[in-house]
Design a binder for this molecule. Structure first.
Ligand code: HEM
Length: 284
């Protein structure tokens, strides 16, 4: 959950560029990010994170039943950009904001936004309304090309914040050896007793919901996978860029194009006039 990231990491983007959700959501699945190419200062625009997955996908839940997937997203904006206040939204955006709970990541990073968990059947697209800063009033911001990073996740993670694996993870044999016993415990968890080559026994406990792919009597190697991979979800991240456009530059550009057109027209008029004079002179 985004809250796990908020609690464990002050900054969700590591030095390598990796977004920390990937530390617990181990499978990789693609996402998309839609943003405008350029935005004006002090204006509201939308960044849409798309988290596609098959509609009928079901996953293993914490209670070992099968159920639908939830989705969540994180958006890392440049410094100075923030979640747009409700008062600045259009009616359509207001209606969407009401049903899409978006939070700032933490007080140090108001430019980082998170959403989720949200039901995946309704939120394969999560729309973040964003307010751009005005470099005229906020001297820390500039008219520049900026990078923007997004992450999106569908489905349950493999690791809990305490380091324990969820029942949506792969379990492996800690040793080389032979499986002596496979016992179902009362709470539906599974205990696997493995005899090592030096005749010690090692016990591996697997939570309810996992599906074993090994049998009693089987020889296993260290790190050999013991259960079926039931994970249908995954996390993906993407980066893009956009320009914070100075309206003065656009006005200047229009003025420049206009002056070029005007001088061209004047040039042609002059040429026509000169042609007339030439024609007169030839007639004499
Ligand atoms: C569950 C998103 C970070 C571990 C989920 C779910 C979402 C999500 C949407 C619900 C999935 C479902 O019910 O189908 C995210 C996002 C993250 C993030 C966007 C980053 C901003 C983390 C981190 C950890 C983690 C850092 C580990 C410390 C888990 C686990 C579950 C889960 C174990 C399953 C919980 C359960 O059902 O028992 N996450 N997550 N997540 N997440 Fe994350």
């Amino acid at each position: 959950y985004p809250i796990y990231a908020q609690q464990a990491y002050e900054n969700p983007r590591e030095a390598t560029g990796r977004i920390v959700c990937a530390n617990c959501h181990l499978a990789q699945k693609p996402i998309e990010l839609n943003i405008p190419k350029s935005v004006l200062p002090n204006s509201v625009f939308e960044a849409v994170v798309k988290i596609p997955y098959s509609d009928n996908a079901q996953q293993i839940l914490a209670n070992a039943n099968k159920g639908p997937l939830n989705v969540g997203a994180i958006l890392i904006l440049p410094e100075g950009f923030s979640l747009a206040p409700i008062s600045r939204l259009s009616e359509e955006q207001k209606a969407r904001a009401k049903i899409t709970p978006i939070q700032v990541y933490n007080n140090q990073h108001k430019n980082i936004l998170v959403a989720g968990p949200l039901p995946g059947d309704k939120y394969k697209e999560i729309s973040f309304p964003i307010l751009s800063p005005d470099p005229q009033s906020n001297k820390q911001t500039y008219f520049l090309k900026y990078p923007i990073y997004a992450g999106g996740n569908r489905g349950r993670g493999q690791l809990y914040p305490n380091g324990e694996k969820s029942n949506n993870a792969l379990y492996t044999s800690p040793v080389d050896g032979k499986i002596l016993q496979i016992n179902k415990e009362e709470n539906n968890s599974t205990k696997i007793v493995i005899e090592t080559n030096s005749n010690n026994t090692v016990t591996e406990k697997l939570p309810s919901g996992i599906e074993l792919i090994v049998k009693e009597g089987q020889i296993v190697k260290t790190d050999q996978v013991l259960n079926k991979d039931l994970n249908v979800g995954g996390f993906g991240q993407i980066e893009s860029e956009f320009v914070l456009q100075d309206p003065g530059r656009i006005k200047g550009m229009i003025l420049f194009f206009f002056s070029i057109t005007l001088t061209q027209i004047l040039l042609i008029l002059k040429k026509k006039q000169f042609e007339k004079v030439q024609a007169k002179q030839l007639n004499i």
